[in-house]
Design a protein around this ligand. Structure first.
Ligand code: SF4
Ligand code: SF4
Length: 388
């Protein structure tokens, strides 16, 4: 039987304790509960338009803070007049927006209604041809729930054949869906690293962000991964958990949290995992909506700008990563993708996977905006977790 996860004696500060505005600082306390079960697009929210998101971020008054909240000025003052690409190492493929869940913080605006935005086989093949032009070592497959795309297994197999390290970004609950129960063993046979999102090792924080019942399903999925050999120190069966704060504050100390999570999940559920990565929430999409509705946008942006850490600039993921959308467009990172900020070749043409030219791509200018402060705040934040 499952122990009551709320009884864990935490030495870390909880989101609720960190809240400067406890009555409205956690998504679980929003009054707009019902409409959050649908994507922004389905609700025809103005924020479904990426340009509206950029406008809202730029409207926040940050005049009194360093560089007036101008990210380019902040990095220039730190010795980086531009963000320049380094050697391309990671192909991050957002294979679609379809997901079996509708989490309140989702920066992709995914959900069960996003059936249209799913990569087709032709685009998957174009992606593989582009991959063959590069020396990228890692293919990082994300979504939505990537496992729901009909070409997901084909893509994984083709990447494994090419000797790439493959990462599946998994929401855990998808592993319980009919037709996907075999995935833990299937991944294990191919050495796929499974990076699983779990907002917190305690039930109440996880269900607050992802919906009631998510926690129990997630624990069941973790048991299945453990049974398949994941989470036990085998480099070919790496189980990584990924967390982001349930509220308007920065990710905590990753190393300290990992130890606490390992103790908590083992003690309460007999679950083990290999590492924890902690990400800041980006002030875009459904998380931006929550910031606005809860009155936390101003304070969160101030937090990000005040916590700007120049030591994170060298490790920003946009420098060694290519981010590809379901329809074959290319971006500097997953966040720029969600804001529709397409990467462009030096001659101004948008970069697409169908017309991918590695040399010209490497000469592009990385596009930035205020959302970038989410990556440079505190210990920094990237798809691989804290930067320093
Ligand atoms: S599981 Fe991930 S992709 Fe799906 S709605 Fe939640 S945050 Fe978004
Ligand atoms: S949001 Fe994207 S472009 Fe901006 S700093 Fe982060 S990774 Fe780089």
């Amino acid at each position: 039987m499952m122990a009551d996860s709320t009884t864990i004696d935490s030495s870390l500060t909880t989101p609720q304790e960190l809240s400067p505005n406890a009555s409205a600082n956690s998504p679980e306390e929003s009054t707009s509960e019902k409409k959050r079960v649908l994507s922004l697009l389905r609700r025809r929210s103005p924020l479904a338009d990426p340009q509206q998101q950029i406008t809202d971020l730029n409207a926040v008054n940050l005049d009194s803070l360093a560089h007036g909240g101008d990210f380019d000025a902040a990095i220039a003052a730190a010795g980086h007049p531009n963000l320049t690409p380094t050697q391309l190492d990671i192909f991050q493929i957002n294979i679609g927006k379809l997901c079996n869940m509708t989490c309140r913080h989702c920066h992709v605006d995914s959900g069960p209604d996003r059936t249209r935005e799913n990569m087709d086989r032709e685009t998957v093949d174009a992606c593989l041809r582009a991959l063959d032009q590069t020396n990228a070592t890692t293919v990082d497959i994300t979504g939505g729930a990537p496992e729901m795309n009909p070409h997901f297994r084909y893509l994984v197999d083709e990447c494994v054949k090419r000797g790439k390290h493959v990462i599946d970004r998994c929401n855990l609950t998808v592993l319980l869906l009919p037709g996907r129960e075999d995935l833990p063993e299937w991944f294990a046979e191919r050495g796929v690293e499974v990076v699983c999102s779990l907002p917190h090792y305690r039930k109440r924080n996880t269900d607050a962000q992802r919906g009631d019942g998510t926690y129990e399903k997630s624990i069941e999925a973790l048991h299945r991964l453990n049974t398949a050999g994941y989470g036990k120190g085998d480099p070919n069966r790496m189980l990584t958990l990924m967390t982001n704060p349930v509220g308007a504050f920065l990710a905590g100390n990753q190393g300290k949290a990992e130890q606490e999570w390992k103790r908590g999940l083992q003690r309460n559920h007999g679950v083990s995992f290999d590492r924890l990565i902690a990400l800041n929430n980006m002030p875009i999409s459904r998380y931006l909506e929550w910031l606005e509705e809860s009155g936390n946008l101003q304070s969160y942006m101030e937090t990000l700008v005040n916590a700007f850490n120049p030591a994170t600039i060298n490790g920003l993921m946009c420098r060694n990563t290519l981010s590809m959308s379901w329809d074959g467009r290319i971006f500097d990172c997953d966040f720029n993708q969600m804001l529709d900020m397409e990467a462009r070749y030096p001659d101004g043409r948008p970069v697409t996977i169908q017309d991918f030219q590695l040399e010209a791509f490497a000469a592009r200018k990385i596009l930035t905006g205020r959302h970038c402060y989410g990556c440079t705040a505190g210990s920094g934040s990237s798809c691989g977790g804290a930067i320093e």
